[in-house]
Every structure is written in C-alpha cells, then in structure tokens.
Design a protein around this ligand. Structure first.
Ligand SMILES: Nc1ncnc2c1ncn2[C@@H]1O[C@H](COP(=O)(O)OP(=O)(O)OP(=O)(O)O)[C@@H](O)[C@H]1O
Ligand SMILES: [Mg+2]
Length: 267
C-alpha cells in the first residue's frame, strides 16, 4: 500500500489555476524528486500536502486514511488540520528556525507542546503521564536526531551561531522530530553557498539509506538523478512526466522535459 496517495489536486489562487489535477503515489521508503520550471506549482503542491493551502479539488490519503477530500473539506476543523500535519515534515529553503531558541529547543518545541496538550486532555502522551518525563524523552530523541544529522556538539548553540548548512541540518532534525510519514523538502539547498550544499545532500542520502519516505523539490538535477527512485517533472501545474530517473532525466519523452533539462545543461 502506498504511504501517500494524491488524487486530482487542483489549486487556484483567484482566477489563476496553479495546480490543474495532480496525481501520484509514494511507497514506503521511496524518494520522489519533483523538478520543474519556476512557477510550475512545486511549492504550492508541497504546501497543499502540508495543509498550508486548501486545494479546491482532490484527495490526500496517507496509509489508507483519507486526510483530505475536497468533497467534504468543510468538515476539517483546525484540530483535524493540526493532526493531519503530523503526517508530514516540511523543510523549507530558508530553514525558518526560531532565532531566540537553542538548536535543541528548536527541535523539541513542537513535540513538547503536543505532549503538554495531550497529557492535559487525554492524561498521557506516548505512555507518559508526567509532563517532565515526557519532555526528558523528547530531549533524548532530539539528541539522537542531532547525532543523525552530525550536529551533536551544537545542541546549545543558537541558529545565528551556525552556518547555513548546519541550520538546514537542524531544520531537518526538527522536521523528523514528529516522526512524519513523509518528509518534504522545498529546494533544501538553494539558499546555501555551493560549498555548503554537499553536507545537506549527504544528510538526505543518509535519510534515504535509513528508509525514510521523502519528497524533494530540487533544482539539483544530478542529485535528483542519484538519490531518487522516482522523478516527477511538473510544467504549468500538471505532471508532465513521471518515472525512474533513468527515464525522466536520462531519456525524457516529453518535449517540455527535454527543453527544461537542456536549459539546465547550458548553465
Ligand atoms: N498565495 C498565492 N497567491 C497568488 N498566487 C500564488 C500564491 N502562491 C503561489 N502563487 C502562484 O502560483 C504559481 C506557482 O507558484 P509556486 O511557488 O508553487 O511555483 P514553484 O514551482 O515552486 O516555483 P519556484 O521554482 O520559483 O519556487 C506562480 O504563478 C505563483 O505566482
Ligand atoms: Mg518553489
């Protein structure tokens, strides 16, 4: 069964049709890269998956559970949207860390709030009935995640004391903290100096090796070819071509994919 099933997602902003019926599925442990020109709708698609935008049409299903169906979207409460978001982790281009908090607190903040709320409402969180005990476990998990992204020595630093590549690795650890089913990246290296992209791409490769399910919007075509199981080329709000990296990047069938890749090769 697919971890994620996306059906007929349509998103308009006023009269502008940005997504015109997007369909795809992602299997457990699969890495899907999304490539395409500026304005083709890649960020909007990720924002729809993370419930930051509400599509006018379509359905989003995770592990067989329909999280969103435009046919009955009016029933989605704020609480339901917050629950839905827990299925997805999102790493932005601009890291978006909280500057006033340490690295570790950036990672533990969201789960700490969730634990507090659950203990108050339901009496327990992950088997903990005591908030401080829950927090200690969340802290330990943050330390494990920081080790996973190679930043164990930075847990007490503040974001401004880190390089861009280190900040992005903290953002990745933060996205992993809620144990999402699907980890989404929106151009994770495009705000970085070229010499810092390697460390972030290396972490993403390690996450793939660890079996994480990921969707990566990227302009790093060679990286996409290397790390992906599936590559999707978006053009004008539709999926113009989808398949293995060998097919879509190595031997594209669609003329628009060929033009897009040719422009990349010229640079
Ligand atoms: N909130 C919004 N209101 C109006 N139009 C929007 C909004 N968000 C996105 N758009 C429009 O939707 C289209 C797709 O934007 P989107 O950011 O999804 O593209 P993209 O593929 O991520 O591009 P890029 O490669 O430059 O990041 C653009 O024409 C953009 O202007
Ligand atoms: Mg974008």
């Amino acid at each position: 069964m697919a971890v994620l099933q996306v059906e007929n997602i349509q998103k308009n902003f006023g009269k502008v049709e940005v997504l015109k019926g997007i369909d795809f599925a992602v299997e457990k442990g699969e890495v899907l890269s999304i490539i395409g020109s500026s304005g083709s709708g890649k960020t909007t698609l990720l924002r729809c998956l993370n419930f930051l935008e509400t599509p006018q049409e379509g359905r989003i299903t995770v592990n067989g559970e329909t999280l969103f169906d435009a046919a009955d979207s009016h029933t989605l409460s704020d609480a339901a949207i917050r629950l839905n978001r827990l299925h997805f982790g999102l790493v932005f281009q601009q890291f978006n860390l909280f500057p006033q908090y340490t690295v570790k607190r950036n990672i533990t903040l969201a789960e700490g709030l969730l634990a507090k709320e659950r203990i108050k409402k339901e009496g327990s969180y992950n088997g903990y009935t005591d908030y401080r005990e829950a927090l200690a476990a969340i802290d330990q998990k943050a330390e494990r995640l920081l080790a996973e992204v190679g930043l164990s020595d930075k847990q007490d630093s503040f974001p401004c004391q880190l390089s861009g590549g280190q900040q992005q690795r903290v953002a990745i650890a933060r996205a992993l903290s809620m144990e999402p089913d699907v980890l989404c990246f929106d151009e994770p290296t495009s705000a970085l100096d070229p010499e810092l992209t390697g460390e972030v791409l290396r972490v993403i490769r390690e996450l793939k090796a660890a079996g994480r399910t990921m969707i990566i919007v990227t302009h790093e075509i060679e990286f996409a070819r290397d790390v992906s199981d599936t590559v999707m080329f978006m053009d004008g709000g539709v999926v113009a071509e989808i398949g293995s990296p060998e097919q879509v990047i190595g031997n594209p069938q669609n003329s628009r994919t060929r033009e897009f890749l040719a422009r990349f090769n010229e640079r």
